[in-house]
Ligand binder design. Sequence first.
Ligand SMILES: C[S@@+](CC[C@H](N)C(=O)[O-])C[C@H]1O[C@@H](n2cnc3c(N)ncnc32)[C@H](O)[C@@H]1O
Length: 492
Amino acid sequence: MSLLFTFEYPKDIKPTVKYVKDKCKVNYSQFVKFNDIFKKVKQLEQTDKDVQYLYDMTARKGIKLDGTHYAFTIFHLNKKDTVLFFPEHFGDEKKCCKFYNWETGKPIGYTGEVKRKFKKLMSNMFGEEIYQAQRPAKVDDCKRQRITYIPKLQIIYHLFEYLELGGSFMINVKHYCDCMDFEIFYLLSLLFKRVTICDGSYYYGEDFLGEDRIDKETVKKMLTSNFKIEPKPKFDEYVRYLQEMFKNKTRHFELMLKKDEDAFLQNLFTFYEKLITEMNVEDSQFLYNQIYHSIIEKFRRTIVDGKIKKIHSAIKKEEGENITKLMKKYDLKKCIEVGMAFGISATYILTGNKNASLISIDPFQSTQWENYGMKLLKEFKIEKNHKLMEEKSYIALPKILMEHGEDSFDFIFIDGWHTFEMTNIDFFYATHLIKKGGIILVDDALHSSVAQSIRFFDSNYPHFKKLDVFKTQVAYQKIGEDERPWNYYSPF
Ligand SMILES: C[S@@+](CC[C@H](N)C(=O)[O-])C[C@H]1O[C@@H](n2cnc3c(N)ncnc32)[C@H](O)[C@@H]1O
């Protein structure tokens, strides 16, 4: 079953819009089942720490690309022109919309101030703010759906004003409680050439048609009356698709309630993998890797060959981000790491700069780590610019020095055997291998042995400048030649 459903309202069918008295209710069993389990999750998430943990990790603060983000990123065609908007005052049409810059999240103006129309992608994905403005602290999801129904229609109505012909639009639709969301789907399909639903929730209208098939006045009336669009081509297919999606979502919550973290993660991961493959977006591997990093950072798990593995000894989120930042800021390409383990730091190095190459030194990659680091690089599809030297660093580093010569690397990450003298040996070779302007980064800077080495480096290497980075790592940039006299020593 595909995670996407694409629909075009046939050109040869003339739709009619009827205004009706009552809203209809959804009674498809899969939707009801989903709604029941979702309610349970929402309740338990208040009281049960494990459920809260899994819920938070995925829905709120966890995966970098949560629902909104992945949909947005996937449909994101041109960041520059992407805006978010949502109604600020309900019922007051003139003040309807507040616009946000997607990248900065900052307001870019209000109705009236916004003179131009937007073309590429508009969205009301700040749905949460609508709820916050309108609802008492905890209402169930179906009530939320009803609360946001009119604002959603308002936004759709305002597309006539703010979206250029040919532009795109994305909206989040719940549709498992009331069937009026089915009408929203058909309304969008009259306003756009094509509508794609992603993951059963994110509706993406492509190629805005303006008043071509439905006029502004008809849509305006929808704000005050219930409506029905007839006929509804491919309705059965659409419902079947949604039921399948809600079956998936139900399973996701069942695993959450079982607190089976590994199965839950595996399910989540398979979902992202499938979605990204289906979307076939440019840079899909980049997206996949970002999601992968989020899972590693939050759950301290990796997934290799479809199996979950708990990791340890690896750098943490901030440390990984620190590496990425350095890679980008100093455009670091030719890299060495001492200590590979599960390969986590290697993934940050190789994804931090698309031209990066890396030699990892680790004497125990195949024995102690069962080649896990190497396999992880394959999952990230970054193995081709990588080489492993399965030797102790005091053997491998001089070999690299002989082969590549002095001043030949941009970045050296030291995270191997952490005794005082071994850290000094790694650093010594690194100072010779690194180019002027290149960076040596030492991990676990707070370990007492490493901390002693750092005090030594600080006082005895005047041709290196210490950079201000994350507290558990210390970075040095080579700023000049080694001009110390032969017997230089500075007490530390
Ligand atoms: C802290 S782990 C590295 C973690 C890795 N940098 C990461 O963040 O994913 C330390 C690694 O150093 C390796 N190691 C141990 N002795 C070593 C030596 N003499 N030379 C190089 N690496 C060594 C271990 O096998 C282990 O994989």
